[in-house]
Ligand binder design. Structure first.
Ligand code: NAD
Length: 419
Protein backbone atom coordinates (compact mmCIF):
# COMPACT_ATOMS: atom_id res chain seq x y z
CA UNK A 1 0.00 0.00 0.00
CA UNK A 2 1.27 3.50 -0.70
CA UNK A 3 3.32 5.14 1.98
CA UNK A 4 1.47 8.21 3.17
CA UNK A 5 2.04 10.71 6.00
CA UNK A 6 5.81 10.73 5.89
CA UNK A 7 7.05 12.18 9.15
CA UNK A 8 10.34 13.91 9.88
CA UNK A 9 11.22 11.04 12.21
CA UNK A 10 12.74 8.07 10.49
CA UNK A 11 13.74 4.57 11.52
CA UNK A 12 17.27 4.10 12.80
CA UNK A 13 18.32 0.83 11.22
CA UNK A 14 21.68 -0.79 12.04
CA UNK A 15 24.64 -0.38 9.71
CA UNK A 16 24.10 -3.98 8.61
CA UNK A 17 20.74 -2.94 7.10
CA UNK A 18 22.46 -0.23 5.03
CA UNK A 19 25.01 -2.84 3.84
CA UNK A 20 22.16 -5.16 2.89
CA UNK A 21 20.40 -2.37 0.93
CA UNK A 22 23.65 -1.70 -0.99
CA UNK A 23 24.11 -5.39 -1.81
CA UNK A 24 20.50 -5.50 -3.04
CA UNK A 25 21.04 -2.31 -5.08
CA UNK A 26 18.22 -0.51 -3.28
CA UNK A 27 18.03 2.95 -4.88
CA UNK A 28 17.75 6.21 -2.93
CA UNK A 29 14.00 6.58 -3.38
CA UNK A 30 13.29 3.08 -2.09
CA UNK A 31 15.83 3.63 0.68
CA UNK A 32 13.81 6.68 1.76
CA UNK A 33 10.66 4.53 1.88
CA UNK A 34 12.51 1.99 4.04
CA UNK A 35 13.61 4.68 6.44
CA UNK A 36 10.15 6.12 7.13
CA UNK A 37 7.01 4.60 8.61
CA UNK A 38 3.65 4.55 6.79
CA UNK A 39 1.80 6.29 9.65
CA UNK A 40 2.65 7.91 12.96
CA UNK A 41 -0.12 8.55 15.49
CA UNK A 42 0.38 10.57 18.67
CA UNK A 43 -2.04 11.15 21.57
CA UNK A 44 -2.02 12.54 25.09
CA UNK A 45 -3.62 10.12 27.56
CA UNK A 46 -5.35 11.51 30.63
CA UNK A 47 -5.06 8.99 33.50
CA UNK A 48 -6.73 9.13 36.91
CA UNK A 49 -4.24 7.81 39.46
CA UNK A 50 -5.21 5.96 42.65
CA UNK A 51 -4.19 8.95 44.81
CA UNK A 52 -6.80 11.18 43.15
CA UNK A 53 -4.35 13.02 40.86
CA UNK A 54 -4.88 13.13 37.10
CA UNK A 55 -1.77 12.89 34.95
CA UNK A 56 -1.40 13.43 31.20
CA UNK A 57 1.16 11.29 29.36
CA UNK A 58 2.17 11.05 25.68
CA UNK A 59 1.47 7.87 23.74
CA UNK A 60 2.25 6.66 20.22
CA UNK A 61 1.34 4.10 17.62
CA UNK A 62 3.73 3.86 14.69
CA UNK A 63 2.77 1.75 11.66
CA UNK A 64 5.91 1.07 9.65
CA UNK A 65 4.90 -1.32 6.86
CA UNK A 66 1.89 -3.44 5.91
CA UNK A 67 3.30 -4.50 2.55
CA UNK A 68 3.37 -8.14 3.75
CA UNK A 69 0.22 -8.16 5.93
CA UNK A 70 -1.52 -6.25 8.73
CA UNK A 71 0.73 -4.14 10.97
CA UNK A 72 1.91 -6.06 14.04
CA UNK A 73 3.79 -4.91 17.13
CA UNK A 74 3.82 -4.66 20.92
CA UNK A 75 2.97 -1.79 23.26
CA UNK A 76 5.37 -0.75 26.06
CA UNK A 77 4.67 1.33 29.17
CA UNK A 78 8.05 2.89 30.01
CA UNK A 79 9.20 6.25 31.36
CA UNK A 80 11.96 6.61 28.70
CA UNK A 81 9.89 5.72 25.64
CA UNK A 82 9.72 8.36 22.90
CA UNK A 83 8.61 8.60 19.28
CA UNK A 84 12.10 7.87 17.93
CA UNK A 85 12.31 4.59 19.89
CA UNK A 86 8.80 3.48 18.89
CA UNK A 87 9.53 4.29 15.24
CA UNK A 88 12.75 2.26 15.21
CA UNK A 89 11.11 -0.69 16.96
CA UNK A 90 8.23 -0.57 14.42
CA UNK A 91 10.83 -0.89 11.65
CA UNK A 92 12.55 -3.81 13.38
CA UNK A 93 9.18 -5.59 13.61
CA UNK A 94 8.64 -5.38 9.85
CA UNK A 95 12.04 -6.98 9.25
CA UNK A 96 11.36 -9.66 11.88
CA UNK A 97 8.03 -10.72 10.37
CA UNK A 98 9.71 -10.75 6.96
CA UNK A 99 12.63 -12.91 8.21
CA UNK A 100 10.12 -15.28 9.84
CA UNK A 101 8.17 -15.20 6.54
CA UNK A 102 4.83 -14.80 8.29
CA UNK A 103 2.07 -12.74 6.63
CA UNK A 104 2.27 -9.70 8.91
CA UNK A 105 3.87 -6.26 8.79
CA UNK A 106 5.47 -4.13 11.48
CA UNK A 107 4.30 -1.52 13.99
CA UNK A 108 4.93 -0.57 17.63
CA UNK A 109 3.27 1.36 20.43
CA UNK A 110 4.35 3.09 23.60
CA UNK A 111 3.13 5.15 26.53
CA UNK A 112 5.62 7.32 28.40
CA UNK A 113 4.79 6.13 31.91
CA UNK A 114 6.69 3.99 34.42
CA UNK A 115 4.80 0.72 33.99
CA UNK A 116 6.61 -0.90 36.94
CA UNK A 117 5.12 1.45 39.53
CA UNK A 118 1.50 1.35 38.33
CA UNK A 119 -1.11 -0.45 40.45
CA UNK A 120 -3.31 -2.96 38.60
CA UNK A 121 -6.17 -0.42 38.47
CA UNK A 122 -3.89 2.32 37.11
CA UNK A 123 -2.44 -0.06 34.50
CA UNK A 124 -5.99 -0.96 33.43
CA UNK A 125 -6.86 2.75 33.02
CA UNK A 126 -3.74 3.30 30.88
CA UNK A 127 -4.57 0.22 28.76
CA UNK A 128 -8.16 1.35 28.15
CA UNK A 129 -7.09 4.96 27.46
CA UNK A 130 -4.57 3.70 24.88
CA UNK A 131 -7.30 1.81 23.01
CA UNK A 132 -9.72 4.75 23.18
CA UNK A 133 -6.99 6.91 21.63
CA UNK A 134 -5.76 4.52 18.91
CA UNK A 135 -8.58 1.95 18.50
CA UNK A 136 -9.67 3.46 15.18
CA UNK A 137 -6.37 2.54 13.56
CA UNK A 138 -6.26 -1.00 15.04
CA UNK A 139 -8.11 -4.16 13.97
CA UNK A 140 -7.42 -7.83 13.20
CA UNK A 141 -6.84 -7.06 9.52
CA UNK A 142 -5.34 -3.63 10.17
CA UNK A 143 -2.94 -3.44 13.12
CA UNK A 144 -2.57 -6.04 15.88
CA UNK A 145 -0.83 -5.04 19.15
CA UNK A 146 0.81 -7.38 21.68
CA UNK A 147 2.62 -7.14 25.04
CA UNK A 148 6.04 -5.55 25.35
CA UNK A 149 8.01 -4.04 28.23
CA UNK A 150 5.79 -3.63 31.35
CA UNK A 151 2.64 -4.84 29.62
CA UNK A 152 1.40 -8.40 30.06
CA UNK A 153 -1.46 -10.75 29.23
CA UNK A 154 -3.80 -9.02 31.73
CA UNK A 155 -3.10 -5.69 29.98
CA UNK A 156 -3.97 -7.32 26.64
CA UNK A 157 -7.24 -8.63 28.15
CA UNK A 158 -8.31 -5.09 29.15
CA UNK A 159 -7.29 -3.75 25.75
CA UNK A 160 -9.35 -6.44 24.00
CA UNK A 161 -12.37 -5.60 26.16
CA UNK A 162 -12.07 -1.86 25.45
CA UNK A 163 -11.69 -2.48 21.70
CA UNK A 164 -14.75 -4.77 21.60
CA UNK A 165 -16.81 -2.14 23.51
CA UNK A 166 -15.73 0.38 20.89
CA UNK A 167 -16.61 -1.69 17.80
CA UNK A 168 -19.58 -3.53 19.33
CA UNK A 169 -18.67 -7.09 18.31
CA UNK A 170 -16.33 -9.92 19.32
CA UNK A 171 -12.88 -9.46 17.78
CA UNK A 172 -10.27 -11.56 19.62
CA UNK A 173 -7.81 -11.33 16.70
CA UNK A 174 -7.28 -7.60 17.31
CA UNK A 175 -4.60 -8.29 19.90
CA UNK A 176 -2.25 -11.13 20.82
CA UNK A 177 -0.57 -12.23 24.05
CA UNK A 178 -4.01 -12.46 25.70
CA UNK A 179 -4.73 -14.66 28.74
CA UNK A 180 -5.38 -18.30 27.81
CA UNK A 181 -8.97 -18.09 29.03
CA UNK A 182 -9.55 -15.03 26.85
CA UNK A 183 -8.61 -16.49 23.45
CA UNK A 184 -4.83 -16.54 24.09
CA UNK A 185 -2.56 -19.23 22.67
CA UNK A 186 -0.79 -22.14 24.28
CA UNK A 187 2.95 -21.58 24.33
CA UNK A 188 2.90 -17.76 24.02
CA UNK A 189 4.73 -17.08 27.32
CA UNK A 190 7.69 -19.29 26.48
CA UNK A 191 7.68 -18.57 22.71
CA UNK A 192 10.59 -16.12 22.54
CA UNK A 193 12.82 -18.30 24.76
CA UNK A 194 11.91 -21.47 22.87
CA UNK A 195 12.50 -19.75 19.53
CA UNK A 196 15.91 -18.58 20.82
CA UNK A 197 16.76 -22.14 21.86
CA UNK A 198 15.81 -23.49 18.41
CA UNK A 199 18.04 -20.83 16.80
CA UNK A 200 20.93 -21.76 19.09
CA UNK A 201 20.51 -25.50 18.39
CA UNK A 202 20.56 -24.82 14.63
CA UNK A 203 23.59 -22.56 14.94
CA UNK A 204 25.60 -25.31 16.68
CA UNK A 205 24.77 -27.70 13.80
CA UNK A 206 25.62 -25.02 11.26
CA UNK A 207 29.00 -24.28 12.86
CA UNK A 208 29.57 -28.00 13.41
CA UNK A 209 30.23 -27.47 17.12
CA UNK A 210 30.48 -30.86 18.79
CA UNK A 211 31.86 -29.78 22.17
CA UNK A 212 29.52 -30.09 25.07
CA UNK A 213 28.47 -28.87 27.51
CA UNK A 214 28.86 -25.33 26.19
CA UNK A 215 29.02 -22.71 28.93
CA UNK A 216 26.39 -19.95 28.83
CA UNK A 217 26.02 -16.56 30.56
CA UNK A 218 22.64 -14.83 30.34
CA UNK A 219 22.10 -11.11 30.89
CA UNK A 220 18.48 -10.69 32.06
CA UNK A 221 16.40 -13.14 34.05
CA UNK A 222 12.95 -11.92 32.97
CA UNK A 223 10.39 -13.70 30.85
CA UNK A 224 12.80 -14.27 27.98
CA UNK A 225 16.18 -14.78 29.75
CA UNK A 226 14.70 -16.78 32.65
CA UNK A 227 12.70 -18.91 30.18
CA UNK A 228 15.79 -19.69 28.09
CA UNK A 229 17.82 -20.52 31.23
CA UNK A 230 15.16 -23.06 32.19
CA UNK A 231 15.15 -24.63 28.70
CA UNK A 232 18.96 -24.79 28.50
CA UNK A 233 19.20 -26.36 31.94
CA UNK A 234 17.11 -29.27 30.62
CA UNK A 235 19.54 -29.90 27.73
CA UNK A 236 22.90 -31.57 28.45
CA UNK A 237 24.57 -29.70 25.57
CA UNK A 238 24.42 -26.46 27.57
CA UNK A 239 25.53 -25.36 31.04
CA UNK A 240 24.27 -21.99 32.31
CA UNK A 241 26.97 -20.68 34.64
CA UNK A 242 25.83 -17.06 35.15
CA UNK A 243 22.65 -15.00 35.00
CA UNK A 244 21.81 -11.42 35.96
CA UNK A 245 19.06 -8.95 36.77
CA UNK A 246 19.08 -5.17 37.21
CA UNK A 247 20.74 -5.46 40.66
CA UNK A 248 23.31 -8.19 40.30
CA UNK A 249 24.59 -11.30 38.55
CA UNK A 250 25.18 -14.74 40.05
CA UNK A 251 27.76 -17.30 38.96
CA UNK A 252 28.80 -20.88 39.56
CA UNK A 253 31.62 -22.40 37.58
CA UNK A 254 30.09 -25.87 37.31
CA UNK A 255 26.62 -24.60 36.51
CA UNK A 256 23.74 -22.87 38.30
CA UNK A 257 20.73 -24.66 39.67
CA UNK A 258 18.37 -22.53 37.58
CA UNK A 259 15.16 -23.50 39.37
CA UNK A 260 16.77 -22.55 42.70
CA UNK A 261 17.97 -19.21 41.32
CA UNK A 262 14.54 -18.43 39.83
CA UNK A 263 12.85 -19.33 43.13
CA UNK A 264 15.30 -17.10 45.03
CA UNK A 265 14.49 -14.25 42.63
CA UNK A 266 10.75 -14.86 43.10
CA UNK A 267 11.15 -14.68 46.91
CA UNK A 268 13.61 -11.79 47.23
CA UNK A 269 13.11 -9.80 44.03
CA UNK A 270 16.70 -10.40 42.85
CA UNK A 271 19.09 -13.22 41.98
CA UNK A 272 21.67 -11.66 44.33
CA UNK A 273 22.94 -13.99 47.09
CA UNK A 274 21.15 -17.07 45.67
CA UNK A 275 22.40 -20.17 47.52
CA UNK A 276 25.58 -21.87 46.21
CA UNK A 277 26.42 -18.96 43.90
CA UNK A 278 28.90 -16.07 43.85
CA UNK A 279 27.69 -12.56 43.17
CA UNK A 280 29.13 -10.71 40.18
CA UNK A 281 28.46 -7.31 38.68
CA UNK A 282 26.66 -7.07 35.36
CA UNK A 283 29.87 -5.93 33.64
CA UNK A 284 31.67 -8.98 35.04
CA UNK A 285 28.96 -11.23 33.58
CA UNK A 286 29.44 -9.71 30.11
CA UNK A 287 33.19 -10.38 30.35
CA UNK A 288 33.03 -14.06 31.42
CA UNK A 289 35.06 -16.52 29.29
CA UNK A 290 31.96 -18.49 28.23
CA UNK A 291 31.10 -20.15 24.92
CA UNK A 292 27.76 -18.33 24.58
CA UNK A 293 26.65 -14.93 25.86
CA UNK A 294 22.89 -14.35 25.75
CA UNK A 295 21.65 -10.74 25.89
CA UNK A 296 18.06 -10.78 27.17
CA UNK A 297 17.66 -7.48 29.04
CA UNK A 298 17.81 -4.12 27.26
CA UNK A 299 19.10 -2.32 24.19
CA UNK A 300 22.69 -0.98 23.83
CA UNK A 301 24.33 -3.29 26.39
CA UNK A 302 27.42 -4.15 24.35
CA UNK A 303 29.02 -0.99 22.99
CA UNK A 304 32.21 0.00 21.18
CA UNK A 305 33.73 0.55 24.63
CA UNK A 306 32.86 -2.66 26.49
CA UNK A 307 32.93 -5.06 23.50
CA UNK A 308 36.66 -5.56 24.18
CA UNK A 309 35.72 -7.34 27.40
CA UNK A 310 33.46 -9.89 25.68
CA UNK A 311 35.18 -13.28 25.55
CA UNK A 312 32.24 -15.41 24.38
CA UNK A 313 32.48 -17.00 20.93
CA UNK A 314 28.76 -16.64 20.25
CA UNK A 315 26.45 -13.75 21.22
CA UNK A 316 22.69 -14.40 21.02
CA UNK A 317 20.50 -11.27 20.91
CA UNK A 318 17.20 -12.11 22.59
CA UNK A 319 16.62 -8.46 23.54
CA UNK A 320 16.03 -5.91 20.80
CA UNK A 321 19.21 -4.15 19.64
CA UNK A 322 21.42 -5.06 22.65
CA UNK A 323 24.62 -4.73 20.56
CA UNK A 324 25.28 -1.30 19.04
CA UNK A 325 26.24 -1.09 15.35
CA UNK A 326 29.80 -0.01 16.23
CA UNK A 327 30.23 -2.93 18.64
CA UNK A 328 28.73 -5.29 16.07
CA UNK A 329 31.46 -4.51 13.53
CA UNK A 330 34.20 -4.83 16.13
CA UNK A 331 32.86 -8.19 17.40
CA UNK A 332 32.69 -9.43 13.84
CA UNK A 333 36.36 -8.42 13.27
CA UNK A 334 37.19 -10.55 16.34
CA UNK A 335 35.35 -13.53 14.75
CA UNK A 336 32.66 -13.51 17.41
CA UNK A 337 29.41 -14.79 15.90
CA UNK A 338 26.48 -12.50 16.72
CA UNK A 339 23.00 -13.94 16.12
CA UNK A 340 20.88 -10.83 15.46
CA UNK A 341 17.62 -9.92 17.21
CA UNK A 342 15.60 -10.05 13.98
CA UNK A 343 16.34 -13.79 13.84
CA UNK A 344 17.09 -14.77 17.46
CA UNK A 345 13.95 -13.35 19.10
CA UNK A 346 11.27 -13.99 16.43
CA UNK A 347 9.67 -16.82 18.46
CA UNK A 348 7.37 -14.33 20.23
CA UNK A 349 5.93 -12.81 17.09
CA UNK A 350 5.63 -16.22 15.43
CA UNK A 351 3.44 -17.56 18.26
CA UNK A 352 1.55 -14.24 18.23
CA UNK A 353 0.86 -15.01 14.57
CA UNK A 354 -0.39 -18.49 15.61
CA UNK A 355 -2.67 -16.87 18.20
CA UNK A 356 -4.10 -14.54 15.55
CA UNK A 357 -4.65 -17.48 13.14
CA UNK A 358 -6.45 -19.45 15.89
CA UNK A 359 -8.61 -16.41 16.73
CA UNK A 360 -9.56 -15.90 13.07
CA UNK A 361 -10.49 -19.60 12.75
CA UNK A 362 -12.02 -19.86 16.23
CA UNK A 363 -10.20 -23.18 16.48
CA UNK A 364 -7.46 -23.76 19.06
CA UNK A 365 -4.26 -25.79 18.84
CA UNK A 366 -2.38 -27.86 21.44
CA UNK A 367 0.97 -26.79 22.88
CA UNK A 368 2.73 -29.53 20.91
CA UNK A 369 1.13 -28.27 17.66
CA UNK A 370 2.50 -24.82 18.49
CA UNK A 371 5.99 -26.14 19.22
CA UNK A 372 6.19 -28.20 16.03
CA UNK A 373 5.03 -25.27 13.87
CA UNK A 374 7.32 -22.82 15.68
CA UNK A 375 10.33 -25.09 15.19
CA UNK A 376 9.56 -25.44 11.49
CA UNK A 377 9.39 -21.66 10.98
CA UNK A 378 12.54 -20.97 13.02
CA UNK A 379 14.59 -23.67 11.29
CA UNK A 380 13.54 -22.35 7.88
CA UNK A 381 14.30 -18.74 8.88
CA UNK A 382 17.72 -19.81 10.17
CA UNK A 383 18.49 -21.68 6.96
CA UNK A 384 17.39 -18.68 4.84
CA UNK A 385 19.60 -16.30 6.82
CA UNK A 386 22.58 -18.68 6.80
CA UNK A 387 22.25 -19.09 3.04
CA UNK A 388 22.04 -15.32 2.41
CA UNK A 389 25.09 -14.78 4.65
CA UNK A 390 27.07 -17.43 2.77
CA UNK A 391 25.99 -16.22 -0.69
CA UNK A 392 27.00 -12.62 0.04
CA UNK A 393 29.89 -13.49 2.38
CA UNK A 394 28.48 -11.33 5.18
CA UNK A 395 27.68 -11.79 8.87
CA UNK A 396 24.34 -13.13 10.12
CA UNK A 397 22.89 -9.67 10.81
CA UNK A 398 23.53 -8.48 7.26
CA UNK A 399 22.22 -11.84 5.99
CA UNK A 400 19.03 -11.41 8.01
CA UNK A 401 18.51 -7.88 6.62
CA UNK A 402 19.09 -9.23 3.10
CA UNK A 403 16.36 -11.85 3.65
CA UNK A 404 13.94 -9.35 5.25
CA UNK A 405 14.55 -6.55 2.76
CA UNK A 406 14.25 -8.91 -0.23
CA UNK A 407 10.82 -10.06 0.97
CA UNK A 408 9.65 -6.51 1.69
CA UNK A 409 10.94 -5.28 -1.67
CA UNK A 410 9.21 -8.11 -3.52
CA UNK A 411 5.86 -7.30 -1.89
CA UNK A 412 6.30 -3.57 -2.55
CA UNK A 413 7.18 -4.25 -6.19
CA UNK A 414 4.23 -6.57 -6.72
CA UNK A 415 1.93 -3.90 -5.27
CA UNK A 416 3.42 -1.34 -7.64
CA UNK A 417 4.66 0.84 -4.77
CA UNK A 418 8.18 0.64 -6.21
CA UNK A 419 9.38 -0.35 -9.67
P1 NAD B 1 11.36 -8.62 31.41
O1 NAD B 1 11.01 -7.27 31.90
O2 NAD B 1 10.55 -9.80 31.82
O3 NAD B 1 12.89 -8.98 31.80
C1 NAD B 1 13.97 -8.11 31.64
C2 NAD B 1 15.07 -8.60 32.59
O4 NAD B 1 16.25 -7.84 32.35
C3 NAD B 1 14.74 -8.45 34.06
O5 NAD B 1 15.14 -9.60 34.73
C4 NAD B 1 15.60 -7.27 34.51
O6 NAD B 1 15.97 -7.36 35.87
C5 NAD B 1 16.80 -7.47 33.61
N1 NAD B 1 17.58 -6.25 33.42
C6 NAD B 1 17.13 -5.00 33.17
N2 NAD B 1 18.17 -4.17 33.06
C7 NAD B 1 19.29 -4.92 33.20
C8 NAD B 1 20.67 -4.65 33.17
N3 NAD B 1 21.12 -3.43 32.93
N4 NAD B 1 21.51 -5.67 33.35
C9 NAD B 1 21.07 -6.92 33.58
N5 NAD B 1 19.78 -7.23 33.63
C10 NAD B 1 18.90 -6.25 33.44
O7 NAD B 1 11.41 -8.50 29.81
P2 NAD B 1 11.38 -9.68 28.75
O8 NAD B 1 9.99 -9.87 28.27
O9 NAD B 1 12.15 -10.84 29.27
O10 NAD B 1 12.17 -8.98 27.54
C11 NAD B 1 13.57 -8.86 27.57
C12 NAD B 1 14.03 -8.25 26.26
O11 NAD B 1 13.62 -9.07 25.18
C13 NAD B 1 13.47 -6.85 25.95
O12 NAD B 1 14.47 -6.12 25.28
C14 NAD B 1 12.32 -7.13 25.01
O13 NAD B 1 12.04 -6.03 24.16
C15 NAD B 1 12.90 -8.30 24.21
N6 NAD B 1 11.89 -9.15 23.60
C16 NAD B 1 10.92 -9.73 24.35
C17 NAD B 1 9.98 -10.54 23.73
C18 NAD B 1 8.91 -11.23 24.53
O14 NAD B 1 8.20 -12.07 23.97
N7 NAD B 1 8.78 -10.96 25.84
C19 NAD B 1 10.03 -10.74 22.34
C20 NAD B 1 11.05 -10.15 21.61
C21 NAD B 1 11.99 -9.35 22.25
Amino acid sequence: MPKVMLTPLGVVLPTAAQTAFKLLSVNDATGQLFLHPDHTYTAQLSIDMDDGQTIVVPAWRVQYSNARGPYKGGIRFHSDVDLAEVTTLAGLMAFKTAVANIPLGGSKGGVRIDGRTLSATERERVARAYIRAFGQCLGPTRDIPAPDINTDSATMGWMLDEYERMVGFSSPGVITGKPLSLFGSQGRNSATSLGGKYVLDKLLDHLNIKKHPLTVAIQGVGNVGGGLARLLSEDSRYRVIAISDTHSAVYHQTGLDILDVLQHKEKTGSVENAEYTHNLTNSELLALPVDILVLAALENQVTAVNQKEVQAKIVLELANHPVTSEADELLSQRDIVVVPDILANIGGVVVSYFEWVQNQQNFYWSESDIQVRLRQIIYTAFADVAQASATHNVDFRTGAYIVGATRLLTAMRLRGVIH
